[in-house]
Design a protein around this ligand. Sequence first.
Ligand code: ATP
Ligand code: MG
Length: 214
Amino acid sequence: MNGITIALSKGRIFDETLPLLAAAGIVPSENPESSRKLIIDTNQEHVRLVIVRASDVPTYVQYGAADLGVAGKDVLIEHGGAGLYQPLDLNIAKCRMMVAVPEGFDYASAVQQGARLKVATKYITTAREHFAAKGVHVDLIKLYGSMELAPLVGLSDAIVDLVSSGATLKANKLVAVEHIMDISSRLVVNQAALKLKRDTLQPIIDAFAGAVEK
Ligand code: ATP
Ligand code: MG
């Protein structure tokens, strides 16, 4: 039997993938939240989990260090998807990619006047494509987190970030002004592994497909 490695990130992706793993008969033997282990065994001798940063999941799967993984559409767009099959939208970790600005900032007229906007974001590729399609001139500033701070201290005019409840925007006196896309997480599969280990991988993919909530 071929060994299978599944790459997951801690937090919402791990939590929301648990029921899908269970549908495939896979139960992790530890919780990565409380364990410091980066490799987690499961009830199935030939299946293990590796715990990596959310944005590193596609890389582990691309190079075959993991056969399967779960990654957000946001992360997959930035990664580019090379070497990956993306057979399933898992409909988990749902949120929206938005443009947000400080409450007093008139985004619509700035855009209309053709102003050059400074936009801070972790999602450079998504932001570049969004503003290019709208013909908005932007200088993109790459950040790795806490994008909400950038306009508050004059680093940028706007941010591109993920929004779910909107509570973080509100707490920082920001408002969402444009919806870029809906985000959810997908199952990603190493293309070579799918050919070489199809007998083991396909039943897992099928079980996930059967357990996805519409
Ligand atoms: P890190 O915390 O390692 O910097 P991250 O913030 O991208 O990375 P998570 O917060 O675990 O990691 O998010 C994982 C994925 O969940 C994201 O790639 C995105 O697709 C989705 N996500 C992010 N924020 C939210 C949210 N507020 N609500 C729902 N889903 C979200
Ligand atoms: Mg996060």
